[in-house]
Design a protein. Structure first.
Length: 364
């Protein structure tokens, strides 16, 4: 995204009530630094976070771009032997030394918060993770983000990992989840982490992220909206405006809308099966546990070969048509059962077509 697009999205996200917004990686490009400058000067309530490697110069660029007020510097720590040996090609001691030095440097700038992102923590050995937590906390870290970077853990495994980090970190230091979707478990893992003692969650709008993506903000907000009492968790995020923010994101990055994604999918609140349509027409709660209006969405009814007579009779009633069963059967055959297998249309299209047909035949 351009800096202007990032600013637009950041302001939309702040309006939802999100606590902290990551602006990007200022040291990676002038555009990222400019986005950080613009966002840091425009937010009125939310804190902003910048991403840095464990390098003093990255932190210097981030602080130069965003200043220190309301600024959380997040520093990447290499937290698994696999990454140390095959990607970074450094030792454990070097990894601990670099995170200690960079955290200490960042804290000395006067920023109010220094977060340490434990990359690949899900495959990190306990003694390495413990050493990184002790060193970073001692150097001034105020938060740890525990990365299931390859999305390889189950909820039970991730909950155990969070519980260990929570036990090792001082009580005043926060612990956040950071989960990926490779097994389709990022939401479940995030909730398991929160139940195990994490203070908050890192999420993305629409679940965008590397490979299969990250925990989707809207899915977590939806779950906590409906299941807050069950989990003893809460969110201040307003669900009603999230779809507008997601729509802006899709425009900015050219993201096609998926058909069947939870909350934000094109058909997340649509139904085509006749059995479902019969229930929804009589009472939407029969098949809608999550209410579309609560998330800025509207329900849709789609006509396909397996749509039933209920939806046809519903349309005929709307049109004031009084037809015998023979006529209804003929319309059902022509407009529903004989449709091509992949052909699907919104109910409004069929309604208009039926209205035209009834006018032409003079049928009531």
């Amino acid at each position: 995204m351009t800096p202007e697009q990032k600013l637009d999205l950041a302001l939309r996200i702040e309006a939802l009530g999100v606590d902290t917004i990551e602006t990007g990686f200022p040291a990676s490009s002038p555009a990222e630094a400019e986005a950080t400058r613009m966002i840091s000067r425009s937010l009125t309530r939310a804190r902003f976070t910048t991403f840095s490697r464990a390098l003093r110069q990255d932190v210097e660029v981030a602080v130069a771009a965003g200043g220190i007020e309301n600024h959380e510097v997040q520093i990447l720590a290499t937290a698994s032997d696999l990454h140390l040996e095959r990607k970074r090609r450094i030792t454990r001691a070097e990894a601990v030394d670099e995170i200690t030095d960079t955290v200490k440097f960042a804290a000395a700038t006067g920023v109010p918060s220094v977060s340490v992102a434990l990359e690949d923590a899900s495959r990190g050995a306990d003694d390495l993770l413990h050493a990184l937590v002790d060193a970073a906390a001692g150097a001034g870290a105020t938060c740890f983000a525990v990365g299931d970077t390859s999305g390889c853990l189950t909820p039970a495994e991730y909950g155990e990992l969070i519980a260990k980090i929570r036990a090792w970190a001082p009580p005043h230091v926060q612990v956040f989840t950071h989960c990926h979707e490779d097994f389709g478990l990022s939401l479940a893992n995030t909730v398991a982490g929160l139940q195990a003692g994490a203070d908050g969650a890192q999420t993305t709008v629409g679940g965008i992220g590397e490979r299969a993506g990250n925990t989707a903000m809207e899915e977590l907000v939806a779950l906590l909206t409906y299941k807050n009492e069950r989990y003893g968790l809460y969110t201040d995020v307003d669900p009603a405006g999230m779809y507008d923010a997601y729509s802006a994101l899709r425009r900015h990055i050219g993201l096609a809308q998926p058909r069947n994604k939870a909350i934000f999918g094109a058909y997340a609140f649509g139904t085509a099966a006749g059995i479902h349509q019969q229930g929804v027409l009589r009472d939407p709660s029969t098949y809608e546990f999550v209410e579309p209006a609560r998330f800025g969405r509207t329900r849709s009814m789609l006509i396909a070969r397996h749509s039933g007579r209920s939806v046809l009779r519903h349309l005929l009633d709307q049109l004031g048509a009084e037809l015998d069963e023979g006529w209804v059967d003929e319309l059902y055959r022509r407009h529903i059962t004989d449709r091509p297998g992949g052909d699907c249309e919104d109910i409004s299209v069929l309604r208009a077509r039926l209205a035209d047909e009834l006018r032409l035949t003079g049928t009531r």
